[in-house]
Design a protein around this ligand. Structure first.
Ligand code: AMP
Ligand code: MG
Length: 415
């Protein structure tokens, strides 16, 4: 076992080759999933003026003291303030202004009474004439149904700190601040190369005897996107040197930050991909203390960092998670935070002394989570990744794990 490279050492060696990417400005509509490059400061107060949170009447709260259904407060209506307009005047004692949601409060007013609590029911689809008086059926307190200036944020506030991942709510805040273009860290570009012993066919090709459809092209594409990268899936490499060279050259033309390949790097198998790698770069084939995951290759091709992942679909996903994901996240300065929980093993397990990632389901029992394997742990059985709630991590050195022992589980979905 001593010739196996510990997982952490392999990850540390890999990360030495990655530095955060530069900054670019992109369209706000394209910014979802990108990482903000700089602190975003407010240059306005939001809302920029005190305004009404209801359709109703702006009033001076004191004028409604003691008002109720039997004894309404009767106020003179002096103004109409539709949304998007500015009040033309202030209101004084005994006065009210009809006001729409979002419209600025007039000077003098300190509260709004919703229209439903007056004698002026709202008639939809028309602009009712302004009444001379409004009867108010409730006592309102100062501040009721109003939003103060700067309630959301004020000039100078750091509204979004640098390195925030942009979700829909961040897009909205950027819009409120006028950012039609958003400064972001460039997304990592990843070329995905699929090698084959000629068994792979494209997803839309007929499945002839001896063939299987390419799976890794899609799981790896999805994983790259899930961690904030852009992927290009290149056509399947056919089992000849010329085709393999062509695909690697195509990948380099895309000017990727990473080239990923799946399969074709196993020790002892003749593989055209391996030959081309030796021609075009420097690659180390590592035997990492990890299961599933055959030797993982890491190095450079045409100056671009290269990962050679195993061909088995589960192994490809697990080795992506362990080795490629931290590199992708470092490129956009994101923390490499994985969601793990502790779970009690619900069955006895045998391991082989390598750090093992086994697919498990999690079941809650009081305050504890019980982990049981999803059935076959074959690294070709990708539906085990579909069924699993997480990957239980059996540490290196463990040969037998007994029911009742506690291990860490890397979550694949929320529990
Ligand atoms: P290899 O790493 O070439 O020895 O491949 C290991 C296993 O993974 C074999 O059963 C391959 O058929 C399978 N495999 C390789 N590439 C893919 C792929 N792109 N999609 C699905 N299975 C694959
Ligand atoms: Mg193969």
């Amino acid at each position: 076992m001593s010739d196996l490279l510990p997982v952490e050492d392999a990850v540390a060696r890999i990360l030495e080759h990655f530095q955060p990417l530069p900054v670019e400005t992109i369209n706000l509509l394209d910014s979802l999933g990108h990482v903000l490059a700089f602190d975003i400061l407010a240059d306005i107060d939001s809302p920029p003026f005190p305004n009404s949170s209801m359709d109703g009447y702006a009033v001076i709260a004191q004028d409604t003291q003691g008002a109720d259904q039997q004894q309404p407060a009767r106020l003179r209506v002096v103004m109409d303030i539709p949304a998007g307009s500015m009040p033309t005047d202030a209101i004084g004692a005994g006065e009210a202004a009809r006001i729409m949601t979002g419209a600025p409060l007039p000077d003098g007013a300190n509260a709004v009474i919703p229209v439903e609590q007056t004698d002026q029911g709202w008639r939809s689809g028309e602009n009712p004439p302004l009444p001379d008086y409004v009867n108010i059926y409730r006592t309102v307190d100062p501040g009721d149904s109003t939003r103060p200036r700067g309630e959301d944020f004020m000039v100078g506030d750091v509204v979004l700190p640098a390195l925030t991942p942009i979700r829909p709510q961040e897009m909205g805040v950027l819009a409120a601040l006028g950012y039609s273009g958003v400064p972001v860290i460039c997304q990592p570009r990843v070329g995905v190369i699929l090698s084959t012993g000629d068994e792979l066919v494209e997803v839309d090709e007929p499945l002839t005897p001896g063939k299987i459809r390419d799976v890794n092209g899609y799981t790896l594409y999805g994983l790259v996107k899930a961690y904030g990268g852009q992927a290009v899936r290149l056509p399947i490499v056919r089992d000849n040197l010329e085709d393999a060279r062509l695909r690697f050259r195509e990948a380099l033309e895309y000017q990727p930050d990473i080239i990923l390949s799946s399969a074709g790097v196993s020790v002892g198998t003749f593989d055209v991909v391996r030959t081309v790698l030796e021609e075009m770069g420097e690659i180390n084939f590592w035997r990492v203390n990890l299961r599933p995951g055959k030797p993982v290759a890491f190095g450079h091709v045409g100056g671009v960092p290269f990962f050679g992942l195993p061909g088995n679909p589960v192994s490809a996903m697990v080795t992506f998670d362990v080795f490629v994901r931290p590199a992708l996240l470092k490129l956009t300065s994101q923390p490499d935070a994985v969601q793990t929980v502790n779970a009690v093993l619900g069955e006895d397990l045998q391991s082989d002394g390598r750090r093992s990632y086994l697919r498990v389901n999690l079941r809650r029992d009081g305050n504890t989570l019980i982990a049981t394997t999803t059935g076959t742990q074959s690294s070709g059985a990708l539906t085990s990744m579909v069924k699993a709630d997480g990957l239980i991590i059996i540490p290196e050195g463990v040969q037998y794990a007994s029911a009742g022992e506690i291990f860490s589980v890397r979550l694949l979905r929320p529990v």
